[in-house]
Design a protein around this ligand. Structure first.
Ligand SMILES: C[S@@+](CC[C@H](N)C(=O)[O-])C[C@H]1O[C@@H](n2cnc3c(N)ncnc32)[C@H](O)[C@@H]1O
Length: 437
């Protein structure tokens, strides 16, 4: 009877068919030989259905189903079973993975803003670069061995919980990052690429020690950032921007990366020899003066060249590396840290943690609260207040009264907090503002 129920479940829910098949096989092993023979034909039919479904998913060009399986699996901290990626894809992209080992890296003082010259001239970085030059994954990446060594060194030093890569391609750079996470003994790389079957096929062949440090999303960067910002706790220490190289896409990726970055984190922008990523990084730095460009050399910008292979100020790479301020900065342009769901339909106070230094000025706070329900139209409320601050508020936890409530009858309330500051220098805050009910 148990086996029959399992079969019914498998027929009705194609998503769980692979898992159900495993359970069926386990169940059948305990049945009599007679039962085994009876079910043989049914199982063969189910396997054929499962194969057809995989083909259909591919034919539609949609990786959504595949991604859901991979994410679900990784989210439980497991390696994805090989069966989750079509066998043809694996056969098309067979990979060799070099053994996991210690790779030298320079230990740096992260408090130093100008840390790249010391990193670049260190013998450890040269040794790491030598490793990545001969790493089997070198043929699966579009960046140099030195670029891998630099990213490896950054991840080893940052000890991040989360790293993000936009543009996985064949996961060559993902591997360099995951090698560092594996040695750190913690951390997850969230990597996204909307095209093709390449990345899942490659990842399914990685050893489990590396796979447990990666989550692959078959999404474009816009969908990806929308998803990842819903996980409020996922703030990255490093974002590698290497997706679509059009100016608008690169600008979006850099701006979105900045919003999800932890204070003092790094955004590494690849392919700055191309005008799109280069101008996007440059415009970002111009708009955000609290951010620093980390460089080794100081080539002046040749405005007559759209494409310039000599442009990067980190020789041996095609990178611009920008680093966020040690605290979140609020200036005279309204800033938000994104919309987030509330536990109830309203709240009473906004909490702002001020950094150790503050000048005289006024902090303007606006809440935009939206209520959603399955049985009535959505509502939007806006409420505003302000607080004058002085040096005496340095390090304070400000509790700013701003009561808002969409009222009962709404299933979900989502809040956007906007901050604006008028002071001689930017107001630094220690973390994104939160609420007290
Ligand atoms: C230069 S390759 C990435 C190379 C990879 N990071 C490496 O170091 O080996 C660019 C990748 O970005 C992907 N891509 C293109 N548009 C994208 C988008 N809007 N969002 C995310 N990835 C995108 C492409 O499919 C391609 O695989």
């Amino acid at each position: 009877m148990k086996v029959v129920n399992l079969l019914r479940r498998a027929m009705h829910n194609s998503d769980s068919s692979a898992q159900s098949l495993t359970e069926i096989l386990a169940g059948i092993a305990n049945q009599s030989d007679l039962l085994n023979r009876r079910f043989e034909a049914v199982i063969a039919g189910l396997i054929a259905i499962d194969q057809k479904l995989s083909e259909l998913v591919q034919l539609q060009g949609s990786q959504a189903k595949l991604t859901a399986r991979l994410i679900g699996s990784f989210a439980r901290g497991e390696s994805p079973p090989i069966g989750y990626v079509p066998e043809e894809a694996i056969a098309k992209y067979p990979v060799v993975v070099s053994p996991i080992c210690d790779i030298p890296y320079p230990v740096v003082d992260l408090a130093l803003l100008d840390l790249l010259p010391a990193v670049a001239s260190s013998p450890e970085l040269a040794a790491a670069s030598e490793f990545f030059l001969h790493n089997a994954a070198a043929t699966r990446s579009l960046v140099s061995a030195l670029s891998h060594a630099l990213l490896y060194a950054l991840v080893r030093n940052l000890l991040p919980e989360h790293v993000i890569e936009i543009g996985t391609y064949m996961a060559g750079t993902s591997e360099a990052i995951c090698r560092a996470l594996e040695r750190n003994g913690k951390g997850v790389l969230h990597t996204t690429d909307p095209f093709g079957e390449r990345a899942p096929a490659v990842l399914s062949q990685w050893p489990s020690e590396l796979r447990r440090h990666i989550r692959f999303y078959a999404l474009d960067s816009m969908q990806f950032f929308s998803e990842i910002t819903k996980q409020r706790d996922t703030r990255a220490d490093l974002v590698f921007v290497d997706g679509n190289h059009e100016y608008e896409s690169a600008a979006f990726d850099i701006g979105s990366a900045a919003r999800i970055l932890r204070p003092g984190g790094f955004i590494v922008v690849d392919n700055v020899s191309q005008a799109g990523p280069f101008l996007a990084a440059r415009d970002f730095l111009a708009l955000n003066p609290q951010w620093t460009e980390c460089r080794v050399t100081n080539h002046p910008y040749d405005a007559t060249k759209a494409f310039d292979s000599e442009r990067s100020n980190i020789p041996g790479t095609d990178f611009i590396v920008v680093r966020g301020p040690a605290n979140y900065a609020v200036g005279d342009r309204p800033v938000t840290f994104g919309e987030f769901p509330l536990r109830s339909t309203g709240f009473g106070e906004i909490v702002v943690l001020v950094a150790d230094q503050v000048c005289d000025g006024t902090l303007y706070v606006q809440g935009v609260l939206r209520g959603f329900s399955s049985h009535q139209e959505p509502v939007e409320q806006v409420n505003s207040t302000s607080r004058t601050l002085s040096a005496a508020d340095a390090g304070a936890e400000l509790r700013i009264v701003l009561p808002m409530d969409v009222g009962s009858g709404f299933d979900i309330a989502r809040l956007e907090i906007w901050l604006t500051w008028t002071g001689a220098i930017a107001l630094l805050i220690r973390q994104p503002p939160s609420v007290v009910s």
